[in-house]
Design a binder for this molecule. Structure first.
Ligand SMILES: Nc1ncnc2c1ncn2[C@@H]1O[C@H](COP(=O)(O)OP(=O)(O)O)[C@@H](O)[C@H]1O
Ligand SMILES: [Mg+2]
Length: 313
């Protein structure tokens, strides 16, 4: 098996400068463990002494508060969007864990799915200004533009998947959607739209993969092509495989990494797995955060490894 710590080095440690504060947790569908991951990574970071805010941006299935052991907060992002409260700070609700507060998502139609571009940009800039070392965003299921944009704008984008075909397919779909959104943004930024069209036309009958497309752009215009490639390559989503039961389940992450490289030219960073553990259900039922209720469960060391990997320490 691959050594999880092999990529850690001093340079990486030094480059952790505290600016990498927004982490987004997404994945193609509901029930794959996004809230569990958001809640427990948040807890790990707060136990390390960091000040953390966890934000529930899952409209349809907001349950982050349950994983953190708090009732639905009274004030939610809806109140901010409808201007009932003026600042995001007014939405901060404390949790039983020191250093960790939660902002609850919009509960009605004034939701994330319908955010206008300006509102989204505003929320993102306010999130960046929150007085916290880390802000973790629990994203909704699906691939709406807003969910993709929150994922892309984060400093670290973390994908959660289950070791089963539908979830794996959904994860590829999510990555592909992010890739296209990212390509579109790079296109606008670098003004290479016509170049990409030209490359697409040249490849029309070939069913080119995204990475072949970029190679074609490089052939047509090496300078712009390389810029585009660099822009796309700066995007390194992280992957967590949740609810693993066997070594074969664990290995799925490595296969997904290879496939992403081959077909999308994307470096997927497989940062770890979480074992299937019945105590999750018990802690959810008791409305107690997993890491606090079962500090000796195998999941605790799984989370510990993932958080260290993310912090590169
Ligand atoms: N590693 C795990 N072991 C056991 N059960 C899990 C695990 N991860 C998630 N679950 C179960 O799956 C349910 C869905 O997880 P959740 O984090 O709410 O998913 P999402 O936020 O993606 O919809 C949880 O209520 C929990 O009972
Ligand atoms: Mg959820």
């Amino acid at each position: 098996m691959t050594d999880w710590n092999s990529e850690t080095n001093l340079k990486d440690q030094l480059s952790f400068n505290g600016n990498q504060k927004i982490w987004a947790i997404g994945g193609g569908k509901g029930g794959v463990g996004k809230s569990l991951v958001t809640a427990n990574l948040s807890i790990c970071l707060s136990l390390m002494g960091y000040k953390v805010v966890a934000i529930d941006l899952d409209l349809g299935g907001a349950n982050l508060h349950t994983c953190l052991g708090v009732p639905i907060p009274e004030k939610t992002l809806s109140d901010y969007l409808t201007k009932k409260v003026r600042t995001l700070e007014e939405l901060l609700t404390p949790t039983p864990i020191q250093n960790l507060s939660i902002i609850s998502g919009a509960q009605d139609d004034v939701g994330i799915a319908n955010l206008k571009h300006m509102q989204k940009a505003k929320i993102l800039s306010k999130i960046r200004n929150l007085d916290a070392d880390f802000v973790l965003m629990d994203l909704g299921a699906g691939t709406t533009f807003n969910t993709l944009d929150f994922f892309i704008s984060a400093d670290q984008g973390i994908l959660t998947a289950l070791p089963e075909p539908t979830s794996i397919e959904n994860t590829y779909r999510f990555i592909k959607s992010v890739y296209h959104r990212k390509l579109k943004m790079a296109e606008d930024l670098l003004e290479v739209g016509p170049l990409i069209d030209q490359a697409m036309n040249a490849r029309l009958n070939n069913n080119a993969t995204p990475s072949e497309l970029i190679e074609k752009v490089i052939e047509i215009n090496p300078q712009m092509g390389h810029k585009l490639k660099a822009e796309i390559q700066s995007f390194i989503p992280k992957l967590v495989i949740n609810q693993v039961r066997t070594q074969a389940d664990i290995d799925i992450g490595f296969s997904m990494k290879i496939i992403c490289k081959k077909y999308f030219g994307i470096n997927l960073d497989y940062i770890g797995y979480l074992e299937y553990d019945a105590t999750v259900w018990q802690s959810v039922k008791k409305r107690r955060p997993l890491l606090m209720e079962f500090p000796n469960s195998a999941l605790v060391s799984n989370f510990d490894r993932i958080v260290h990997r993310l912090l590169k320490i």
